[in-house]
Design a protein around this ligand. Structure first.
Ligand code: NAD
Length: 357
């Protein structure tokens, strides 16, 4: 291979904008089953790289690589900040979950995870069902979140962590974690959102709810004496706290000026469209609970669950999300930074401390 070829290949892969400090990227081609996958191990300083497997019909392998690199990087930060002795990784399978997925495909994926000898531990993500993970688990022990390894659905733990995070946000802004009579607008009544709404209702909050799925809204009105609002207007409600539990990028240049609440704290992933949106929230005096800090209950349950169903440790660590957020908010105030900048710093500090011992 001549020098020109080397540099072309180098810039296409090693100079990828999301490449960062990734340790290991495995491209999987399984001729027999047609499996096409990328497994990205970002960092194993704290332990084996844990992160879900996503099945998605990516337009190009380049899009799949970008997603794998970005998501695995995010898992390093999430696992570090959650205090788990686990690194960050992620797998993506290039396939349409509704058309191309098969038991054989998932089993082949399991065989390739096994080859990595435990440096990567897989779990469910978008496009992957519990049955798929059972197929993976037939070929590797490096799986979490299956019926043999865990507590099942992580959503109740995510919801518990979000509830604790809302209380610690309220303490920071209003001087008390008591939610009695607080006006809260919650967007997205799915697995996590509905359970967060239940806990807020039990804590005495006055709930406004929204979802594009009308039956979920009707259920919440009935169960929590909630008021309903159009999902597109959830952030504009005259509320003390806005709780996004639907999809990402809801906090952006259009929505931030319309937010009435003093706090944004919810489960949705990737809530800030860009880093500038975090700064815009701070400028408006709105406290933002960084998404990957407040929604870590699910990964904690996947990481720490033991077969047999005892969840004491998982609950303790999930409840501690409240204390982590308090530490983030206090430090953000001291250092005049945004909470998400501090969350990143704290995650990085834990990694560099581990590196120096
Ligand atoms: P889900 O699919 O069960 O629920 C999402 C809900 O949002 C659905 O009821 C859907 O109808 C609603 N929705 C979609 N678009 C909407 C919109 N524009 N306005 C209002 N409602 C809308 O998902 P989930 O498991 O409850 O997860 C919710 C969020 O939390 C997601 O962003 C997810 O990535 C994140 N999260 C979930 C977990 C977990 O343990 N499930 C863990 C970490 C993060």
């Amino acid at each position: 291979m001549n020098a020109l070829h080397t540099s072309v290949h180098h810039s296409a892969v090693f100079d990828h904008p999301e490449m960062g400090e990734h340790e290991n990227i495995v491209f999987v081609q399984d001729k027999e089953t047609g499996l096409s996958a990328i497994i990205a191990v970002h960092d194993t300083t704290l332990g084996p790289a844990l992160g879900g497997c996503r099945v998605w019909p990516y337009e190009t392998p380049g899009h799949a690589l970008t997603d794998a690199l970005r998501l695995s990087h995010g898992m390093t930060y999430k696992n570090s900040l959650a205090g788990l002795d686990l690194g960050g990784g992620k797998a993506v399978i290039i396939a349409d979950p509704r058309k191309d997925k098969s038991v054989e495909l998932m089993e082949a994926f399991g065989r390739h995870v096994e080859r990595l000898a435990g440096t990567y531990i897989t779990a469910e993500d978008v496009g992957v069902s519990p049955d798929d993970m059972e197929a993976v688990a037939r070929h590797t022990e490096h799986v979490r979140g299956t019926s043999d390894t865990g507590l099942g659905d992580p959503s109740p733990y995510t919801a518990l962590g979000v509830f604790e995070g809302i209380k610690s946000s309220a303490r920071h802004v209003f001087g008390s974690s008591n939610l009695q009579g607080k006006k809260i607008s919650l967007q997205g009544l799915g697995h996590v959102g509905f359970d967060v709404a239940r806990q807020l209702h039990e804590a005495g909050a006055d709930l406004t709810v929204s979802d594009i799925h009308v039956p979920a809204v009707l259920r919440a009105i009935e169960a929590f004496a909630a008021t309903a609002v159009d999902p597109a207007e959830a952030h504009m409600v005259d509320a003390d706290i806005f709780v996004p539990c639907a999809l990402g990028a809801g906090l952006n240049a259009r929505t931030i000026p319309q937010i009435q609440a003093r706090i944004v704290a919810g489960a949705a992933n990737n809530q800030l469209q860009t880093p500038a949106d975090g700064i815009a929230l701070k400028k408006r005096g709105i406290l933002y609970a960084p998404d990957y800090a407040i929604n870590a209950g699910g990964v904690i349950s996947i990481a720490l669950a033991k077969p047999g169903g005892c969840d004491t440790k998982v609950r303790e660590k999930t409840i501690a999300i409240g204390e982590t957020l308090t530490a983030i908010f206090d430090r953000a105030k001291r250092e005049e930074a945004t909470p998400e900048q501090i969350a990143d710093r704290m995650a990085e500090e834990r990694l560099s401390n581990a590196n120096s011992v």
